[in-house]
Design a protein around this ligand. Structure first.
Ligand code: 7RM
Length: 657
């Protein structure tokens, strides 16, 4: 091993898919020369993208870069809500559907661009009447309903900074996030629906509000009159709590948009990371919007008649960029669905795709692996022929899951775009372009035009082919600007990986690069396995396991071993119809050995009905390490379902003895 940060490369995947003919000629980006021109004139490229926005006053400087702090498009002013709404209502999209909403219980609503525009103007006036001013922070704690987008855009209209807190988070999480950025107003709802039951948002909010002195008013959206509101009515606190529908009734339909400086913050979004206090990631107005608008246009190849569905909640960055700002800036019709994919049945997504004629679908590997586990019969019941493009985000997508997605959802006809990015990057960084890029299952391929990524060893030496640390080597418009209230942590977390190189951004992921220059994200560097001196990314071993017909999902972790340094412990979820057995365990170990090499054979395999996931669906290997090491479990508060780990721990211990 030349360097302790190099990663071994085990997985070989050579299937390749060219862009379909239907995309080649007509895609929004059909000429690969864009990559070259962006490389030749990097700032000019981004200035061109920025000019595709509507400005109040044009910017004068493209980039000021004093590593690790960047400013983009200074001298200019603009408003994000104008870019998402006013532009469209002035023209041909006035009566086009902007949001097509379906609630989990089946309630439906369509808001045209005009409807959304009016609601945003009205709510902007409501916020102003509650004393919210430019630069103030507003917390949003809502189900996935149109009012979430309305509240975000209303903040943007008046220059208030929104902080969306995912509706599945606890009162304590909400409280800490409100307090960290001293929010003035909270927007919540009486409840939301999840798997048939009601999430009592207002009740949770009331608990949080016991210790949030900065909040002066709470606006409560009535999610479903009659059904949820009864107790909420009784629990409205006089003077503080106000019903959204009442406030909206009296609100004027025009609110003058604030002309925001490019570098004024647009929003804060908290990310919990692996440990410690959540970080308030700060995104600014112009740069963020440039990244959101241009990447949506390029990667999702939006056309006027598309029905676009990003399944993420607005509580995550994917919901911010690819459910609200990116598609609305592009004038798209967006489906918004409140609930779970398996409610009331495991074909809810496919029913929605069929009913609304979804043409672009953007979802996560965790969902795709669940669909694989549930079986091919669910999508097969529905007409998915309107789909033309599929996207994936959130975790490495195992080649088998990619192939399944392509075949069973995309009918072998739709390009699959595996998009790598983070809360911190604001927008997609590495992804195929559907009209240009030939794709290989498991690889996010190459950086978009205007981005510069490299694989580095720990002394910042480039690894042209092989495994190492992923880095972004140039600033980009939608990059985070700081961590709210803690710039030192910003510098330390993202720009201190390579001493003396504050210009290199470290996302925390390991990756490999193949002979064609394609990037393969191998997982978080913190999760890397170290077996007898071989550093192995989790993705490759997991992907080998998922290739076996019995396996739907797998997570592997390193476990201290006297001789090898670490042994590999694998946690495996089987597809429906397969049964666990000791012979299957041996078969899987050998299968991994054959696929990627004896060094990667798991020492232990534990079958499990489920794996511990964060609320946004990412596997939490940290807790699996605690289980494999026989330690007490670390912080479990960010888990979607804490029961999953405690029962896993019991099973693991029973197996050991
Ligand atoms: C968009 C989002 C970021 C982390 C990132 C990676 C992982 C996301 C992919 C991926 C492999 C992908 N933001 N990740 N997308 N890994 N391939 N296409 O998820 O802030 O919540 O997470 O997610 O580890 O660093 S996030």
């Amino acid at each position: 091993m030349s360097d302790s940060q190099d990663l071994d490369v085990l997985l070989q995947e050579h299937r390749q898919f060219e862009p379909p003919e239907s995309f080649r000629a007509t895609a929004n980006v059909s000429d690969g020369a864009l990559y070259d021109s962006a490389r030749a004139d990097y700032e000019g490229y981004w200035a061109d993208r920025a000019r595709e926005l509507e400005w109040v006053t044009p910017f004068t400087t493209v980039l000021s870069w004093k590593p690790p702090h960047a400013e983009w498009f200074t001298g200019g002013t603009l408003n994000a809500s104008v870019n998402c709404l006013d532009r469209h209502v002035r023209g041909a999209r006035r009566n086009k559907a902007a949001l097509v909403f379906e609630g989990e219980p089946g309630d439906r609503r369509t808001l045209t661009y005009w409807d959304l525009y009016v609601a945003v103007n009205q709510f902007a006036n409501v916020l102003k009447s509650l004393g919210v001013k430019r630069g103030d922070r507003v917390a949003i704690y809502l189900p996935l309903i149109p009012e979430a987008a309305i509240a975000m855009l209303a903040c943007a209209r008046i220059g208030a900074i929104h902080s969306v807190v995912f509706g599945g988070f606890s009162p304590e999480s909400l409280r800490d996030r409100i307090n960290d950025s001293q929010c003035k107003v909270l927007v919540t709802a009486d409840g939301g629906y999840r798997r048939g039951s009601i999430v009592p948002l207002k009740r949770n909010a009331d608990k949080a509000l016991e210790e949030t002195p900065s909040i002066t008013n709470v606006v409560v959206v009535r999610r479903r009159p009659g059904a949820v509101s009864e107790e909420a009515f009784a629990e409205m606190k006089e003077g503080r709590d106000l019903w959204y529908h009442r406030l909206m009734r009296g609100a004027k339909q025009w609110c003058e948009p604030e002309a925001m400086e490019s570098e004024d913050p647009l929003f804060i979004l908290y990310t919990s990371g692996t440990t410690g206090k959540p970080k308030g990631i700060v995104h600014t107005t112009a740069g963020y919007l440039v990244g959101a608008q241009s990447s949506t246009h390029q990667v999702f190849d939006l056309r006027e008649d598309d029905v676009y569905w990003c399944t993420a909640d607005v509580g995550w960055i994917t919901g911010h960029t690819y459910l609200v700002y990116g598609p609305l800036a592009n004038g798209a019709t967006c489906l918004m669905y409140e609930g779970a994919p398996d409610w009331p049945e495991k074909d809810r997504f496919w029913e929605l795709c069929e009913r609304y004629g979804v043409s672009i679908l953007y979802t996560a590997p965790t969902a795709i692996r669940a669909f694989m586990k549930w079986g091919d019969q669910w999508p097969a019941k529905h007409d998915l022929s309107r789909l033309r493009l599929l996207g994936s985000v959130g975790e490495p997508i195992n080649p088998e899951a990619w192939m399944w997605y392509r075949e069973h959802i995309g009918g072998n006809r739709c390009p699959v775009v595996d998009t790598w990015w983070q809360t911190e990057t604001g927008a997609i960084v590495i992804s195929p372009l559907p009209g240009i890029t030939s794709t290989t299952p498991g690889s996010a391929t190459v950086p978009l035009p205007g981005y510069s990524c490299a694989l580095l060893d720990s002394s910042a030496k480039e690894i042209p082919v092989g495994g190492g640390l992923l880095a972004l080597t140039r600033p980009w418009p939608s990059m985070l600007r700081t961590i709210w209230g803690d710039d030192a942590r910003y510098v330390e977390t993202y720009f201190s990986r390579w001493p003396g190189r504050p210009d290199l951004y470290f996302p925390g992921d390991g990756a490999k690069r193949d002979e064609n220059g394609n990037f393969w994200i191998l997982g978080r560097v913190d999760d890397v396995l170290n077996v007898a001196g071989h550093r192995i990314g989790t993705m490759e071993v997991e992907s080998a396991l998922v290739e076996h017909p019995a396996v739907a999902e797998a997570a592997v972790v390193g476990k201290t071993h006297e001789l090898k340094g670490q042994a590999i412990a694998a946690f495996v979820t089987l597809r429906e119809g397969f049964k666990q057995s000791s012979s299957l365990r041996d078969e899987l170990r050998n299968f991994v050995g054959e696929k990627i090499g004896a060094i990667a054979k798991p020492d232990d395999i534990l079958f499990s009905a489920d794996l511990p996931k964060t609320r946004s669906g990412k596997i939490m290997r940290r807790l699996l390490r605690d289980i494999a090491e026989g330690r007490a479990l670390g912080d479990t508060t960010t888990l979607a379902d804490p029961n999953v780990v405690s029962s896993l721990k019991d099973m693991y211990e029973a197996n050991e003895s």
